[in-house]
Design a binder for this molecule. Sequence first.
Ligand code: MEV
Length: 428
Amino acid sequence: MAMTDRKFYQLSVPERIDQLIAEGGLSAEDGAFLHVGNGLTVTLADSMSENTIGVYGLPLGVAQNFIVNGRPVLIPMAIEEPSVVAAASNGARLVAKNGGFSAEADPPHMIGQIQLMHVLDYEAAVERLEQEKEKIFELIRTLHPTLVKLGGGPVELYSKWFPQSSAGPMMIVYLVLDVRDAMGANAINTTLENISPLVEELSGGEARLRVLSNFSDRRMARASCSLSADTLAMQDYSGEEVITRILEAAAFADADPYRAVTHNKGVMNGIDAVMLATGNDWRAVEAGAHAWAARAGRIAPLTSWKKDAQGNLIGKIELPLAAGIIGGATAVHPLAALSLRMLKVKSAVELAEVTACVGLAQNLAALRSLATEGIQKGHMALHARQVAIAAGAKDDQIEKVADIMRKEKKIRLEFAKEILKRYGTVDS
Ligand code: MEV
């Protein structure tokens, strides 16, 4: 069978790489790098973290069918969980039939905080900081000339007063910094440490913590999609029925925090995988997303699903998304750099837009399956390979054992072991 007669997921790993090169998704150089099975070396890993003794690998997959603001995008995803890449591709395929996703994101504004103790007169401190704001901003600009040249730099400075904290009254100074294409943790932390003596002098307080906030609600990403009923139809369900069931699933997440958490976990399956693939701090994105979801004092879903007057399903997602395309692991990890080249995003803002779409696609695919035939059929079929490996299958035994388990509808460790024992090499 010719390579092009088969779907991407049906190809072997080398064939997938070759297809991406042939279609212009990967450069020949990046393809050659992947063909050799290259990734992070122990030497590089040792320079990234402490006490390194090895490299912990994860599968790097490519989600297909994404169209974001009219542009087809290949989505690199690093994740160990079966079904996630398939679900993202599946959700995106449905959206692509309807023209693709629309997405937008705020400018890359990171928030940093300086905690000040022993401020005797809060009102006076606020006034002095306001009067001398330009001086603080000028200091920041001299610290980051390149950032300023690229259009970034200080945006805003404001304060809050917590008179009754358990440690006594404290003043918190907030700095909003435009970090352009970086995630910005280093830029903001360096800035805060450098401006804190001046801030102490102006406020009369003593600086304690000087660190970014991971609640990056000045850096939100939003995506939406509209799907006609006919594109959502399934073998045993009409499109209208699928829409009704997705709306019921969304209402469940609205009503019940126990469901909302799982709903959001599915969204983050997609978002984290892109963050990991691109060398971004996925823990920061997770922390911000869950804080945003709980902003009303109760956990709420990160996505919303509605039906419009024409009967189309309208999906939306909004979450803080502090992700960069320069600096940190994006520059060091060869596969992160390769993933960013594959995404062809031109800015951190564009990366945030695309990533929000992956979260929405993931949620669409999950809700459509959960609300109809359930997820276990598809999931267990993919899971079979992992069970086969856990039972001791090696090389081409893996697919053979998995295949027998799928056919007999018994995807269990004991059964995989029994198959291996029964058939020896599993060739018979
Ligand atoms: C599994 O990793 C994610 C799901 O549980 C998400 C969801 O329930 O919406 C399938």
